[in-house]
Write a new protein. Structure first.
Length: 362
């Protein structure tokens, strides 16, 4: 019955996965005893939302026992897997002993956002946008043309096809980035959004923000994130896979709270929202004060879009608040659920079309 003289190795194949992904755990148990270990029961402990794999097994004298199993995680968040608990008992359950092996492993589960094949938002005006473009000495995604090499030009600006064609060293010229920075500002204030105990709405808000972050990053847009949940987080605008991973990590851990008001966060961070910024608000609330703050930003020359997450069972939008959005010239898009994000955020969204027309004065 004793679980002494056991050596246990527990290996997890990953620490970060996307929703719906699997963590594979491999367990190796070695016995240094001259006697077999029978009726051993193993179970992975931790904070997983699903029960982990349990097993009853026997290890022979001086024997080795191995097995592996997969654990699927369908909800974003940070979970603990382990340590592995092994229990030995007699066949009648009168006596038992328990020991734990291995260290707890933290598993971070990222949101898995859908693609947005038909989505775009208005861009704020920057030098270099539209027909008027401005040359810059910095390297940007926008190549304007080529010119002769000048002393001091960096080697990574050489345009080798033009150099081969002309017989002279040629370098690339760049325009200022024609894409204004985008701020995704996520509202997880539980009272205003009626989020208390409603994980479905919270998950829809977070997944909408994650979908936007993935979409704009894929388009090589400079995108930042502000999340005002239990842990307020600010990620400055940037590009690339590492930047996207940082935003996904924030959203994986985002939870609603009453501590950080959406209005207060917008007001406090308003210095970040200049006329070269596109503000994208994601909220389940219909707060006139929030709309007033966003309108003030638009009147300073910025561009703003409001994404409204509807509560389950909501048949119609608040006509009064929608009218306020139209009068304030703030385009408003509706998101019904996690499953409909990709279809709700499209060019032919009726609410968006109506609001955009009004915002253009048509």
């Amino acid at each position: 019955m004793s679980i002494s003289k056991l050596e246990v190795e527990v290996d997890r194949d990953r620490r970060r996965i996307s929703q719906g992904g699997f963590v594979t755990t491999s367990v190796t148990i070695r016995s240094s005893s001259w006697f077999p270990k029978i009726w051993l029961e193993a179970e992975d402990t931790g904070s997983l939302p699903v029960s982990s794999s349990g097993r009853v097994f026997t290890v022979g004298a001086k024997g080795v026992y191995r097995w592996s199993y997969k654990t699927q995680l369908d909800r974003r968040g940070l979970y603990t897997l382990g340590p592995l608990q092994i229990r030995a008992a007699d066949p009648f359950g009168f006596f038992s002993s328990i020991a734990e092996f291995g260290e707890p492993a933290e598993i971070l589960v990222y949101p898995t956002p859908p693609d947005l094949p038909k989505f775009d938002i208005p861009s704020a005006n920057l030098p270099g946008e539209g027909k008027i473009r401005t040359k810059t000495s910095q390297i940007t995604p926008s190549v304007a043309g080529v010119r002769n090499y000048l002393p001091g030009d960096s080697y990574n600006r050489f345009h080798w096809p033009a150099t081969a064609r002309t017989g002279r060293l040629m370098v690339k010229e760049f325009d200022m980035d024609p894409s204004s920075a985008i701020w995704i500002v996520v509202d997880l204030h539980s009272s205003v959004n009626d989020l208390d105990g409603d994980d479905q709405i919270e998950d829809t808000i977070v997944m909408t923000a994650a979908t936007l972050a993935k979409h704009f990053n894929k388009l090589n847009r400079s995108v930042g994130l502000i999340s005002c949940g239990q842990q307020e987080a600010i990620i400055e605008p940037g590009r690339g896979n590492a930047h996207l991973s940082a935003m996904m990590q924030v959203l994986a851990l985002a939870r609603s709270t009453d501590v950080h008001s959406y209005v207060d966060v917008i007001d406090r961070e308003s210095r970040r929202f200049d006329r070269h910024i596109t503000f994208v608000g994601v909220t389940a609330g219909e707060d006139s004060e929030v709309l007033r703050k966003i309108t003030e930003f638009r009147l300073r020359g910025g561009t703003a879009v409001l994404l409204s997450v509807l509560h389950p069972g909501t048949a119609n939008i608040d006509s009064d608040f929608d009218s306020e959005c139209v009068r304030s010239k703030i385009p408003r898009l509706l998101v019904h659920s996690v499953e409909t994000i990709a279809t709700d955020l499209t060019f032919d969204n009726k609410i968006r079309s109506r609001s955009v027309l009004n915002s253009r004065g048509d």
